[in-house]
Design a binder for this molecule. Structure first.
Ligand SMILES: [Zn+2]
Length: 256
């Protein structure tokens, strides 16, 4: 199993301390991840640290060093309550909006990245949610990869190559054979214990981590509708599992 790493919610005022701790772990392991940059962040939840005015310069440097860059939405504002084609969450910056509105948002995001010297053909949807109109607009704007979906091989759908993420991070990475997966990290607000846990994971000898650029080299398969249905079912199941868990947590807290 080849394991690639993706880091979401990269903004000029993110939690830099946690980001740099993760960078140090990755540098030590010689692994270059995928990072999802929000072109014009308006999501207050992602404002977790001091504003770094040299943000774009730092991102350009990381890209030159071989880090992969994805456009993580446009403003990271959830406008609809729809999960789209991959309903892990029932909210979205894109899914459910018209093609024209989605195209405009994506175009503006791409222009901001390009104005700051970042070119990319990789897209990372906030909340993992996108629909057919998102994919159509992405193709129109020259995007060829989306980091999302379930499965153990990159696959081709609607003109885009999907690079699957782990269904169950602890279990998925231990599967045997010629497979790939992506571990998703949201570093904002990470505790020292969580950082230590990541450090331990990278120290495990039987796990094989790869740079994200290696993942992009793997040829995509063409999934049948059965695989797409399984993926949709898996995302729906996972969504309700997470909802149920948070209810159980709340109930146990209230009963104490
Ligand atoms: Zn995000």
């Amino acid at each position: 199993m080849d394991i690639a790493i993706r880091m979401d919610d990269i903004t000029p005022d993110m939690d830099w301390e946690s980001f740099l701790s993760m960078k140090e772990i990755l540098d030590t392991a010689g692994i270059k991840p995928l990072i999802g940059i929000v072109p014009d962040n308006k999501d207050k939840m992602l404002k977790c640290g001091e504003m770094h005015t040299d943000f774009w310069q730092q991102i350009r440097q990381l890209q030159q060093q071989g880090w992969s860059i994805a456009m993580h939405g446009y403003q990271h504002l959830y406008e609809t309550r729809q999960g789209g084609l991959f309903p892990l969450n029932h909210f979205s910056e894109f899914a459910g909006l018209s093609y024209e509105i989605q195209y405009e948002k994506l175009k503006k995001g791409k222009e901001i990245l390009e104005k700051n010297g970042i070119g990319t053909n990789l897209f990372m949807a906030p909340g993992h949610s996108y629909d057919k109109n998102t994919l159509r607009a992405l193709v129109e704007l020259g995007f060829t990869y989306v980091t999302d979906g379930f499965g153990y091989q990159p696959y081709h759908y609607k003109g885009i190559t999907f690079l699957p993420i782990a269904y169950h991070s602890r279990k998925s990475i231990r599967k045997k054979g010629e497979k790939i997966t992506t571990l998703v990290y949201h570093m904002n607000g990470s505790t020292p214990e969580q950082i230590q846990e990541i450090r331990r994971l990278f120290a495990e000898e039987d796990l094989k981590f790869i740079s994200y650029s290696n993942l992009l080299q793997k040829p995509p398969v063409h999934p049948g509708c059965c695989m797409r249905l399984l993926e949709y079912g898996g995302a729906t199941a996972k969504h309700y599992l997470v909802v149920a868990r948070s209810w159980i947590k709340k109930l146990t807290r209230n009963n104490k």
